[in-house]
Design a protein around this ligand. Structure first.
Ligand code: GAP
Length: 448
């Protein structure tokens, strides 16, 4: 039988493992349902995604501040937010193969015993759907009884609502303003899958933007456009990205509008980030239940009001996956194929590779000096002296390093290096003293 070509998703999963982006968690013990560890390059990729999000959402703005709230909160929080009663997915079991599936995802799932069929199409007998709460339970303190039950947070957003009054009184800020946070969330997904797209432990980047109610619509449009632009500014191809407005049936009962920014993954269109109008629902619920007023007093109108909320909520792991998938290309060259990740330089885990042309004549020493100088100036660098120069370029192409510098005889004589561009493969001659300015300018002017 002819061997089937691996799917793009399989190719990316294998590249991630081989080059140290993402590993299966607990791999040497056989893994544990869809949890992943980020390796040396993956952790850099993820850190850069988080930095880029934080910089654009918080640092460069006057109207957004940051927060880092606890993963464990008072269990009442999750009752009041609706997560204890309603944060569930419909689950069904197969009485024949004992598989457990999300009832609303059957058409995307494969029967474990007959993978060419969807569950139910394989003559397995399915149970009626029943509700399955996605929150992970734990116990606080030494007693494992109902009084000690706590939950691992399923979203970072509630921690922001709980701190609304604290931030308002401490940060000298007034609506319209936002509180942003990045942190881990946990969901006991029934059918996790598609690599880091759907995991049980993942990281979210969420921002609650508090606005006067009559400014709700304009800020919703603003954040929807701003979040879409963030992805395209960082090089994501616009033809792979779309905004899908939820229709009336999909909207939560308290929401006036919600949309998803979707990406076309190798397995189809999927939600990358949601932007929701949450009205005054969360602040009012927590006000009523806690007895703490969560309102803003407008000194101009002398009125108290509960702000409306616009929430851009994205997943860092899905963002990292999107940058990986979107950057991946197998480029047909004259003699062979090169694998290249066209990361935006701000996202690339390594910015500059530095190589001596050969391992002699003082070239390694000079290359290490140049590499050290760039590293100390804040660039993410990688030094490599092993193998033919062409192979070293290709190794860096495969992990998305935008520029590689080669130290040769000309460098030793005239302090001039060769700098090669990942995307065009063109080479420039640059004075060592000009390198920092050259790379800085190239980062700023980079276009996909
Ligand atoms: N506070 C709103 C909220 O949590 P959500 O749509 O459930 O909304 C926001 O989650 C984002 O978090 C999603 O768009 C997705 O990027 C990410 N996300 C959600 N569940 C995930 C999972 N199981 N694995 C990875 N990322 C997930």
């Amino acid at each position: 039988m002819a061997k089937q070509a691996p799917s793009l998703m399989d190719t990316i999963v294998s590249l991630c493992k081989r080059r140290g982006f993402i590993f299966q968690a607990s791999e040497i013990y056989g893994g544990i349902g869809n949890t992943y560890d980020y390796g040396p390059l993956g952790v850099e990729l993820k850190r850069r995604v988080k930095d880029a999000w934080w910089s654009r959402t918080v640092t460069v703005r006057r109207d957004v501040v940051g927060l880092d709230s606890a993963i464990l909160q008072n269990p009442r929080v999750w009752e009041v937010s609706g997560h204890v009663g309603g944060f569930s997915d419909p689950m069904i079991d197969c009485k024949t193969c004992k598989g457990r599936f999300r009832a609303d995802h059957l058409d995307q799932l494969a029967c474990p015993e007959k993978p060419s069929k969807h569950p139910g199409e394989c003559h397995g007998e399915l149970t009626e759907p029943r509700s399955f709460n996605l929150m992970f339970k734990t116990n606080l303190g030494p007693m494992e009884d109902s009084g000690s039950v706590a939950y691992l947070r399923p979203e970072t957003a509630q921690g922001i609502f709980l701190n609304f009054a604290n931030v308002l009184s401490s940060a000298r800020i007034k609506p319209p303003f936002g509180i942003a946070q990045i942190g881990k969330s946990f969901r006991n997904e029934i059918t996790p899958g598609n690599f880091v797209f759907r995991m049980r432990e993942f990281e979210q980047a969420e921002m609650e933007f508090f606005v006067p109610p009559d400014e709700n619509d304009q800020w919703y449009a603003y954040w929807r456009d701003e979040r879409y632009r963030w992805y395209t500014d960082l090089g994501i191809r616009a033809d792979k990205l779309r905004v899908r407005e939820h229709d009336q049936k999909e909207l939560a009962h308290y929401s006036t509008a919600t949309c998803d920014i979707e990406y076309e993954y190798p397995f189809g269109w999927g939600e990358l980030e949601g932007i929701a109008c949450r009205t005054d629902f969360d602040l009012k619920r927590h006000s009523e239940a806690s007895g703490t007023t969560l309102e803003y007093f407008d000194p101009q109108t002398k009125e108290h009001y509960t702000p409306y909320v616009i929430e851009p909520a994205g997943g860092i792991d899905r963002m990292a996956l999107t940058f990986l998938v979107d950057a991946y290309e197998e480029e047909q060259l004259e003699k062979d194929t090169r694998v290249v990740l066209h990361f935006h330089p701000e996202i690339a885990p390594i910015t500059v590779g530095v190589f001596p042309l050969v391992k002699k004549d003082g070239m390694p020493e000079k290359a290490m000096e140049v590499e050290e100088d760039l590293r100390r100036a804040g660039f993410a660098t990688f030094y490599d002296e092993k193998g033919a120069i062409g192979r070293r370029y290709r190794r860096q192409d495969e992990v998305g390093t935008p520029w590689c510098i080669t130290i040769d005889g000309n460098t030793l004589e005239n302090d001039v290096v060769t700098i090669r561009d990942r995307d065009t493969m063109q080479q420039d001659k640059v004075q060592v003293a000009e390198l920092r300015a050259y790379i800085d300018a190239a980062v700023r002017s980079w276009k996909r």
